[in-house]
Ligand binder design. Structure first.
Ligand SMILES: Cc1ncc(COP(=O)(O)O)c(C=O)c1O
Length: 442
């Protein structure tokens, strides 16, 4: 439980919010017991809640703020854009500049189209893949989250007693209200299991329009691809004419300037980007090979693509600066090093204190798992100790480090997190591990 006297204003706001807002939040991910925390300000690596509590932010807008909050060059560019008067519904000249920048940075980005959220980009990518191949089914990862579109809101967090065998998972709907044919139209593949993935894909090869995957599974915390997994996926999708879509909504731009596809040296047929693309402003992109993207061509294509808010002027002004800042690889180098440094400190502490826990990291993002074995997929992630994680989380929050209460979600740092911030996070982690050890002496 949170030390509630620190959160009196958040509690008060929750009561008022409950009158008008279902559950007091506008995204269910933000809900927590006994009440959500409401925020009022952010700058650099810091956040302030409605009670004035200051935090070092390790949630970073669910991964969106790669350069830190209120990055001055972006704030200036957005202010200028506001003065200019253009908003939405027209094709702004800046969209060409940002598309060119993106195309030069990302290996799979022969053609670019913008949208607003990661989910929208995923919807477009799936429509395009279906239109291009003439096939209908979609394969996605067990434990993968690709937004809230019906055909990906499947087996994101399935209860294990309903999830079927590990090498041939059963699709489990992630919500009520989805389209009727979702369970038959979505095929679930297990991350990092090459043999099972190949078997499943070959069984459905004639019907599959696309395989969509996060190259690093951040939506179960932080799970890296084993050597050969992405390569095998590339090979088999190529052989069967299935469109391989990398969901780079989180990996995008933090792995390398060209995303995880550049980092791992695997070029998918299509990719979707969001979050970090505009450092927290609403923008997403669908990119891909020319012949595939041609399906949305206004004259020659057969797949619809529209949106009043697509390529909105304000977000593009933010994206232009963000991408320019990310194009030389310096930020990514810092983030990779910051994650490695936290992991090293964490493993020294767990050894010293005798706690079975590990910090897995990639490109400055991380998750702490209470287990003594490597987390390699959804099932190993959910088998970690959630009770120990809750104690860890509460202690971190009380030390002024903002993390999320779920033991299978991702955290991270930004380019704005200083060495001193990293030290503060490490030292709070040490206290949190001591608390875990006290409560669970094993
Ligand atoms: C990998 C991935 N894809 C897609 C999405 C959906 O993006 P949005 O929340 O912008 O719709 C998310 C959101 O967290 C995500 O993590």
């Amino acid at each position: 439980m949170m030390a509630s006297n620190r959160f009196l204003r958040s509690m008060e706001l929750f009561e008022i919010a409950n009158e008008y807002v279902v559950g007091g939040v506008h995204s269910n991910f933000r809900y927590r017991e006994p009440h959500p925390i409401y925020f009022s300000k952010a700058k650099g690596s810091r956040l302030w809640d409605a009670d004035g509590n200051e935090y070092i932010d390790c949630v970073i807008n669910m991964g969106a703020c790669i350069l830190g909050h209120g990055y001055p060059k972006i704030v200036d560019a957005v202010k200028k854009a506001l003065d200019n008067g253009l908003t939405v519904g027209l094709e702004p000249d800046i969209s060409i500049e940002v598309s060119k920048l993106l195309s030069r940075m990302v290996p799979s980005a022969e053609y670019v189209r913008f949208s607003n959220t990661g989910t929208e980009a995923v919807i477009h990518a799936i429509h395009i893949a279906r239109g291009f191949t003439g096939r209908y089914k979609i394969a996605k990862l067990e434990g993968g989250y690709n937004g809230w579109y019906d055909y990906v809101l499947v087996s994101g967090h399935p209860p294990l007693d309903k999830a079927g065998p590990p090498d041939e998972p059963t699709p489990v709907l992630g919500s009520a209200g989805l389209a009727k044919d979702v369970a038959e139209s979505v095929i679930i593949i297990p991350f990092n299991n090459i043999e099972a993935t190949e078997k499943i894909l070959s069984k459905h090869s004639d019907e599959l329009a696309a395989v969509i995957i996060e190259p690093v599974m951040f939506n179960v915390g932080c799970v890296l691809p084993k050597k050969g997994y992405l390569e095998a996926l590339r090979k088999i999708t190529h052989e069967y004419g299935i469109v391989l879509i990398f969901d780079e909504v989180i990996t995008g731009f933090r792995s390398a300037p060209g995303g995880a596809q550049e980092y791992f040296g695997i070029t998918p047929d299509m990719s979707v980007f969001g979050k970090a693309i505009a450092n927290g402003f609403a923008l997403s992109a669908v990119v891909g090979k020319r012949e595939i993207m041609e399906t949305v061509h206004p004259k020659r294509g057969k797949v619809a693509y529209a949106g009043t808010y697509n390529s909105n002027y304000i977000s593009l002004a933010a994206a232009k600066v963000t991408l320019e800042e990310l194009s030389d690889g310096k930020v990514q180098k810092y983030l990779h090093e910051a994650g490695a440094r936290l992991a090293k400190r964490f493993s020294e502490m767990t050894e010293e204190l005798g706690v079975k826990a590990r910090l897995q990291h990639f490109a400055g993002k991380f998750q702490v798992y209470f287990t003594d074995r490597e987390v390699v997929d959804y099932r190993t992630a959910v088998s970690c100790d959630s009770k120990k994680y809750s104690v860890f989380y509460e202690s971190m929050l009380n030390s002024g480090i903002f993390m999320l209460p779920s033991y299978t979600i991702h955290h991270g740092v930004t380019a704005a997190h200083t060495e001193q911030d990293l030290e503060s996070i490490a030292s709070a982690m040490r206290n949190a591990l001591i608390e875990v050890k006290k409560r669970f002496p094993d």
